[in-house]
Design a protein around this ligand. Structure first.
Ligand code: HEM
Length: 531
């Protein structure tokens, strides 16, 4: 039987309804298909662009053939592995990685590293975005070219031999106190058991720095708080971090810690201005700087009044007045530059001396001899400068375990690094320090710790390889101070303390946290050393 559908179905209604249902369903599928195919296509285009751009930028240098789409070795950089850095250095004089959109060039050899350090026309120190927020955009460390050179000149007077001598009594006070604390921690808190001393050395270095920079204007309680919170600042300024400061992120905690530290330094500046204006004596870097400002202001006033001022009365450097806030920012950069590096150096120094007692004995012998047998004779520049063995031990520690293994720079205009490779504006370029201080041509048997190379050997002549404090216009402002301070510390420790290193299988492994540390954080036990 023929069935006339139209007979019992309303064709219009049915057809329309049925059609609409089928069409909407298919459309939705089509729409979805479109969405996914468009999304997929876009993703493929983005991946291809990312890979091609990487390949193009890497042209002429060594690097992985492909990058992990978009992120590159981001996850690796969150947990830096020293062996991976070594592999990178071994891969070529210039190698690269690309993390997210950032193309990073690593210069490994001594000459390539030197070239970059000494190319201020093309590069400037690179800081992470968070650094502007933590240190403030107006901070002098962000100045470049002539402005940077001029500002730096104004700070040179704070690190002269004469100035460094003035800071010594403050440093000695801090060492006296902390050495007692080392023994107390080991013998009373730990009952003679070893504990990692790296965190204690960090606190010690923060206390020495704060005493040198701001004298007694800061209480011990605040120094402890800054030392503790400084971890947060270091963590916030790691190269790989979230760019926006969101609550409860590392950058957020770092910013809070930086704000607190800046406030405390500004309070110190206000106090120091009053004390120096009243004729107080110089005891710290802040005093020395403020005195120079106040002397300059007085000199300018006399000249403005038309007084005849003898040339001998003109301050060696005429400085403008700096606000408490400006002073605080600059002092903060000193702490920021010194804290991780000196903590690393002191940790290795204590570990190495415990592991090489023959060198510790020589250091002790020298320190007692130069003090005429009186271990209570105070630090002086003459004393420190006449040390040969102690200097050699510190130099060799810094060579063998350079605290700063790489220094990131930013390419500010296209930079033809070699005839085959031009680093493009905006890329990061990183001169490395470690390979230069482990170059067997400059330092034979570079992986052995041998202070003798600084005494009877020719290590001092290898100036081109001595990149521990950088080179070029940004070389370390505190390098003389840092080395003398480490000598003062270990010399004094050798006379007043005995310590034992409880080596683990991680003691020689290197942890990278801004600078480098023994992976097990240096397990020690301290005892008083009888006279
Ligand atoms: C063992 C300890 C230290 C090491 C290994 C060290 C290493 C370095 C390195 C590698 C640089 C970068 C140099 C460059 O880009 O050419 C630097 C810069 C700097 N350091 Fe040190 N440093 C140490 C201690 C100190 C101390 C105690 C101070 C304190 C006053 C300090 C203040 C600075 C400053 C202000 C800069 C930046 C200079 C500029 O940009 O003009 N450093 N340091």
């Amino acid at each position: 039987m023929e069935v006339n559908n139209t007979a019992f179905v309303s064709p219009a209604a049915n057809a329309q309804y049925g059609f609409a249902q089928t069409s909407g369903f298919v459309e939705r599928i089509l729409e979805q298909l479109n969405f996914w195919s468009v999304a997929l296509t876009l993703l493929l285009v983005a991946i291809t662009y990312d890979q091609c751009s990487y390949k193009l930028q890497k042209h002429g240098i060594v690097g992985p053939a492909w990058k992990t789409p978009f992120i590159g070795p981001f996850l690796d950089s969150m947990r830096p592995d020293f062996r991976k850095y070594q592999a990178k250095w071994a891969s070529g004089e210039l190698s690269c990685v690309s993390v997210f959109h950032k193309f990073v060039v690593i210069a490994s050899t001594r000459d390539m590293a030197r070239k970059i350090f000494n190319s201020p026309a093309f590069v400037k120190p690179c800081v992470v975005d968070a650094a502007y927020k933590l240190l403030r955009p107006t901070n002098w460390v962000f100045l470049d070219g002539k402005e940077h050179v001029d500002y730096r000149k104004g700070l040179n007077g704070l690190f002269t031999r004469q100035a460094l001598e003035v800071y010594l009594p403050g440093q000695e006070e801090v060492y006296n106190k902390y050495f007692k604390m080392f023994v107390d921690i080991s013998q009373n808190e730990m009952g003679g058991e070893p504990r990692p001393f790296m965190p204690v050395f960090r606190e010690l270095m923060c206390a020495v720095s704060c005493r040198t920079f701001v004298g007694h204007y800061m209480s011990e309680k605040v120094v402890k708080k800054i030392a503790h919170d400084f971890y947060l600042i270091t963590a916030a300024l790691e190269l790989v971090n979230f760019p926006i400061i969101l609550p409860l992120t590392k950058s957020w905690y770092g910013k809070k810690a930086a704000d607190m530290t800046l406030d405390e330094f500004a309070k110190c500046a206000a106090k120091a201005k009053v004390r120096m204006a009243a004729g107080g004596d110089v005891t710290c870097i802040m005093d020395a700087w403020i005195k120079q400002m106040q002397d300059s202001a007085r000199y300018r006033e006399r000249i403005a009044k038309g007084e005849q001022v003898d040339a001998s009365e003109k301050p060696p450097q005429l400085l403008r007045d700096f606000t408490d806030w400006e002073i605080s920012q600059t002092i903060f950069t000193f702490l920021f530059a010194s804290q991780d590096a000196t903590s690393s150096a002191s940790t290795w120094l204590f570990q190495l001396m415990a592991d090489r007692p023959e060198w510790l004995d020589k250091v002790r012998e020298e320190n007692l001899r130069l003090r005429g047998g009186d271990r209570n004779a105070p630090f002086s520049m003459d004393l420190l400068e006449s040390m040969v063995t102690t200097r050699a031990v510190v130099k060799e520690t810094l060579r063998y375990r350079p605290p700063v293994i790489m220094v990131p720079y930013l390419v500010k205009k296209d930079y033809p690094v070699t005839p085959n490779f031009t680093a493009k504006k905006g890329q990061m370029i990183i001169p490395s320090v470690w390979p230069a201080t482990h170059d067997p041509e400059a330092y034979p048997d570079p992986d052995s710790y041998d202070p003798e190379r600084w005494i009877s050997g020719n290590a001092d002549e290898q100036v081109k390889n001595w990149l521990v404090f950088g080179t070029g216009p940004h070389y370390c402002l505190g390098q003389t101070y840092a080395q003398l301070n480490l000598m003062a510390m270990i010399g004094k420790a050798s006379m007043f303390l005995d310590w034992e290193h409880f080596a683990t299988d991680k003691s020689e492994d290197i942890e990278v946290f801004a600078t480098i540390f023994p992976m097990d954080h240096c397990k020690l036990v301290f005892k008083d050393r009888p006279e």
